[in-house]
Design a protein around this ligand. Structure first.
Ligand code: SF4
Length: 206
């Protein structure tokens, strides 16, 4: 077995023994990008380890940074309403994370180099969770995880299969608060998600 194969095997064994709590503990001291210096709390993610659907936003805001949890405050409340409409619940059957785990100052967009620095944490979360569907909340997540030219206004609700996982991009809840007229489209996306989950028999395993 060559070195690359041995390394892949070792990583697989380690990851099999890892769970989300271990990953979060390992992530807590991360200083792999400048956002680590300005955070109050690292926001690793929230949800259940058996989740088959992973929601990914762009990064923590002020309230998330203060509480160490993703999608709290008004945008979190709105996200929870959409989730509950299709029988999903962050406490019961899904997982929510962000592209970057630390708050960008003044709520600016995370920089490409910060996203790349943080991506290994998300990759490990995906490896442990093994979601069947990943929903990108907003442009930043969709352009990194689905396609660099992804346009939320044009491609929201479309399902694309990559590496055995179905990806869908939809509006970020904060964008919906700024532009309530788009809530109708977002609702259609969540209904499409429900249909896709039924087709994949995911509800039966929740
Ligand atoms: S944003 Fe990610 S890479 Fe940067 S310090 Fe925080 S956890 Fe580390």
């Amino acid at each position: 077995m060559n070195y690359a194969a041995k390394y892949a095997t070792m990583v697989a064994v380690i990851l099999m023994e890892m769970n989300l709590d271990t990953l979060e503990t390992l992530c807590q001291d991360c200083q792999n990008c400048p956002l680590g210096k300005t955070r109050t709390n690292l926001v690793f993610g929230v949800g259940v380890p058996t989740a088959k659907v992973l929601f990914v936003g762009e990064g923590p805001g002020a309230q998330e940074d203060a509480q160490g949890k993703p999608f709290v405050g008004q945008s979190g409340l709105l996200l929870d309403k959409f989730l509950n409409l299709i029988d999903l619940d962050r406490e019961k059957n899904i997982y929510i994370a962000n592209m970057v785990k630390c708050r960008p100052p003044q709520n600016r967009d995370p920089k490409p180099e910060e996203i790349e620095a943080c991506l290994p944490h998300l990759r490990k979360q995906v490896k442990v969770l093994r979601p069947r569907i990943i929903v990108c909340l907003g442009r930043i997540a969709a352009q990194r995880l689905i396609s660099p030219d992804f346009r939320v206004t044009r491609q929201h609700g479309d399902f694309i299969e990559k590496g055995g996982i179905w990806f869908m991009g939809t509006f970020h809840p904060a964008a919906l608060l700024r532009n309530p007229a788009q809530k109708k489209d977002a609702l259609a996306d969540f209904q499409a998600l429900r249909r896709r989950m039924h087709e994949m028999n995911i509800y039966e395993s929740l």
